[in-house]
Design a protein around this ligand. Structure first.
Ligand code: PHE
Length: 455
């Protein structure tokens, strides 16, 4: 096995983890899913899930990665539990699956970057989205996006990833912040804030009947699987990404404070994007839930058309979103690449290119028809992500167990009590919450028939 690289600086890891987390999941998916599934109710469940499930699950992935110093699959063998390797395989597979359509949306961002330069989308924002989001255009840009990702991953951990990430988060926060302040001044925005920020408590309910299997109903039935999986998606959990990134981390670094930083920053960016996009939808008279996957693009394109320096704002905005999307996509491809590099010693550039080609192929249906993109996305949210995170938690909590606490505490000044609390929470209530999420997701997929592909 070749000598493994490590992060060049202490901040390198945290930057890369934030770079992986902050991406289209926050800027595109979060406002879109929030407006689709209940507004403020979704926000409440999402925030609880990010802190209550996402944080402990991220710590579990960090522990597996740093202790083993290996990629997301071999890590399980190194820790002495080769028969749990399937958790890693599932994670890598989930990442592969998600990257295939993530890259299509990355292609849309590229397209909007160009469209901002020329002003192409100003005349008819909704029509523009319709014409570029599926078909040959989308396919070509999907290819360009994945090629960019391959080029960065081929360059290796330090050079490629650390550099790309440093500027992205501050720029995103600044530009979204400025846009959010501008949106406040628009007439008609007020109901948007109500919809996004003030939950109707009666919607926070879930009932269950046993027949003999549990069957759930009530407003939270749909919200929970999407909101909890949104937390996983946007924190890059259940895809081996955090395992892989943590495998390049030294024992002197506090995993706990690193993960808290990632969770807080990541949710903040999502909420900020929501503060821009959701009121904009209201301003433009787009019913919540009817914006679909185009919600972000159409609402912003319309807004940029009305701004004085609309083209410039558009270029800057989509450039920043592109960097965010790239730094996330890089982490997905890095997971699979590092597995092959560790195990077969093959050359990084060659592997990254071959994998990129496969991901391109898998993304073809999503590029040709947004109904396929929706199907890939639903399967990821309702099944793959919760199942994969469940695997990580059961492994860390019940199989690996006590050694995980020692690994978690290494490099941190926290007492053993904190570590044990984490372990017991992960073993019990967190696992139960993910089980509920999975159950509800599967109920929708199989009982409501969402599993059927849109052929
Ligand atoms: N978290 C990223 C986002 O929010 C997406 C991602 C998922 C990246 C999984 C890596 C692994 O855009």
């Amino acid at each position: 096995m070749s000598q493994r690289e490590t992060w060049a600086t202490r901040a390198g890891f945290i930057l890369a983890a934030v770079g992986s987390a902050v991406g289209l999941g926050n800027i595109w998916q979060f406002p879109f899913k929030t407006s689709e599934y209940g507004g403020a109710t979704f926000l409440v469940v999402y925030l609880i899930a990010a802190l209550g499930i996402g944080l402990p699950a991220m710590l579990a992935e960090f522990v597996i990665g740093r202790k083993s110093n290996l990629n997301a699959i071999s890590a399980f063998e190194k820790l002495g539990h080769g028969n749990w390797k399937w958790v890693g395989v599932l994670g890598v597979g989930t990442g592969f699956w998600i990257l295939s359509y993530y890259s299509v949306v990355g292609g849309w961002v590229l397209r909007y970057l160009g469209g901002s330069l020329t002003g192409a989308y100003f005349a008819d924002p909704a029509g523009y989205f319709g014409s570029i989001s599926a078909g040959l255009d989308a396919l070509v840009l999907h290819a360009v996006f994945i090629a960019l990702v391959v080029a960065i991953v081929a360059g290796g951990v330090e050079e490629g990833i650390e550099k790309a990430t440093k500027l992205m988060v501050p720029s995103i926060v600044v530009i979204l912040g400025v846009l959010a302040v501008w949106v406040v001044t628009l007439p008609g925005a007020a109901p948007g804030y109500g919809y996004f920020l003030s939950p109707d408590l009666s919607t926070l309910s879930l009932s269950v009947s046993f027949d003999p299997l549990p069957s759930f109903s009530g407003p939270l039935t749909d919200v929970i699987p999407f909101a909890v999986s949104q937390a996983f998606f946007s924190l890059s959990l259940g895809m081996g990404a955090m395992i892989t990134y943590a495998s390049y981390v030294g024992e002197d670094q506090s995993l706990f404070s690193d993960s808290l930083t990632v969770v807080v920053l990541n949710s903040a960016v999502g909420v900020l994007a929501g503060l821009v996009v959701i009121p904009l939808l209201f301003v433009q008279g787009i019913e919540p839930g009817s914006g679909g996957a185009g919600a972000l693009f159409v609402s912003l394109a319309t807004a940029f058309g009305e701004l004085p320096a609309g083209r410039l704002v558009g270029v800057v905005f989509f450039a920043v979103v592109l960097i965010a999307a790239l730094s996330s996509a890089i982490s997905l491809l890095e997971v699979v690449t590092s597995y092959v590099v560790d195990n077969y010693g093959a050359r990084r550039p060659r592997i990254a290119s071959a994998l990129g080609a496969l991901i391109f192929l898998l993304g073809i249906p999503s590029a040709i028809d947004t109904a396929w993109l929706g199907w890939f996305d639903t399967l990821a949210y309702q099944l793959l992500l919760p199942l994969s995170v469940l695997g990580v938690l059961v492994f860390t909590g019940w199989v690996y167990g006590r050694p995980a606490v020692a690994e978690l505490l290494s490099g941190s000044s926290l007492g053993e009590g904190v570590g044990l609390t984490w372990l017991w929470l992960a073993r019990t209530i967190v696992i139960l919450a993910v089980l509920l999420t999975l159950w509800l997701g599967v109920q929708t997929l199989f009982v409501d028939g969402a599993i059927v592909p849109p052929i």
